[in-house]
Design a binder for this molecule. Sequence first.
Ligand code: PGA
Length: 281
Amino acid sequence: MSGETPILKRIKYCAGNWKLNKTPDETKAFIEEFRKLLSSDFSLNHNESLKDNGAAADQLKTLIFFLVYNLVTLHDSIGDLPIEFGPQNIYYENSGAFTGEISPSAAKSIGSTYALIGHSERRTLFNETDEDCHKKVQAAIAAGLTPMLCIGESLAQRESNQTQEVVLKQLKVALMGITSEFVVAYEPVWAIGTGKVATPEQAEDVHKFIREQLGKIISSKVAESTSILYGGSVKADNAKGLAEKPNIDGFLIGGASLNPADFYKVRGNLFKTQRANESKI
Ligand code: PGA
């Protein structure tokens, strides 16, 4: 690997997407269990020592996209744990007669730092379009939230060789004119919740393509510094192979993020792979 490699500069993410799961009590129990796991975790200690010696303490972020009614519980339970959180969806207005929608500025005011946008379930079940995603990306940024934009092709699109065309359109429309920081989550729809994970090579091919296209659509600087996560049936045992790929900067995890021990194991494998990659540079 050359000294020009951007691996060290990009933030790695272990992000959980809890979808429509967990009551406030279950949320509290998860955080308590996760706190116990983290407190005995070498990687947390390592992060702290990194902080001490002035190196990048935020190289690995742990993030949870929760249900909004759990926001207060999550905020109160997390306390000093190095976990950030955000809603799984936002609306593009902050207030008004929009029954059932989620205000970006209200989510921000209680401590959210990210917002998930354009998850495939939002697109397929709730008819969210690329244009909606664009407005939501803008609204997140205006509210001070970092948008995590989800993109990905269906099985039929992959089988008819349309993967690149599909993800390019999703990127171009949603990110038109965006100059602030964002994160991309590549989630092939055929891998979400199916147990069929993309191979590290399949995922890396698309991640590389996304990075190249970000260079063309926005700038090479943004392409180099933007974290691109993989999502779709990520578990502890497949995390390592995926995380070893140079353009995969972590994971968006559904099922395996619901159990603290499983989520912790994915995080640990991501952290260890990151350390191993760094030591090769
Ligand atoms: P999964 O979900 O890990 O259960 O496949 C991923 C997602 O929907 O973000």
